[in-house]
Ligand binder design. Sequence first.
Ligand code: ZN
Length: 261
Amino acid sequence: MPTTDETEALMRARNYLPKFDTVEEERLHRKQRLAAAYRLFGKFGFDEGVAGHITARDPERLDHFWVNPFGVNFSHIRVSDLILVNDKGDVVEGDYGVNTAAFVIHSQVHAARPDVIAAAHAHSIYGKSWSALGRLLDPITQDVCAFYDDHALFDDYTGVVLDLEEGKRLAHALGDRKAVILRNHGLLTVGHSVDEAAWWFITMERSCQAQLLASAAGDPVLIDPDMAKLTASQVGSHASGYVSFQPLYEKIVREQPDLLD
Ligand SMILES: [Zn+2]
């Protein structure tokens, strides 16, 4: 865990993020972004039964995270439905249970990556289809360059992730990158804000769709490595991920204002 000074230094470096006078305000903001991210995942059809979870680290209890209530559809989740889970997997706030896989995967990602505020994972159709190929995405579009040299492959599948050791291996595969493709399973993305983690998931899912479409139609032309690296610096920064999410946040709050309840 980072010290308070390190956390404050990190926060100062992230000057694109909103500032808060109290931890309560920051917590509420994070929960609002989290509920909105769930509604967007629901709208985009990323839900599959009870699979999938987005987590947000609590701004005060840094080893606790906020997550969706087990069994509630992404499209129905409100701020007041979110539950707080501690580092043992106990629900310490909220009236619902937690998905075991959500705890096992996300607790290990949050523990391994103190810089990460949020992590997103779902069994979205193009992400899981691409994951079955067991390979990284190629730099075939401007958008996918956000993941150039910044995503990993978890090249293993051992059933539903219910064992903390498996969560640790998955976090190890992620390393210091923004995303990991879980072979035969789906995508997982992380960010320095809920906004960023959710945006990387949305655009990565669409990048999987784009490569599947392009590859089905022919042989996609690759962006050359120097240009892919340059584009990654333009579209792949933490700030870029945060900014890209804002129009979606405004849209979903206007369409579904009850998410803030
Ligand atoms: Zn899963």
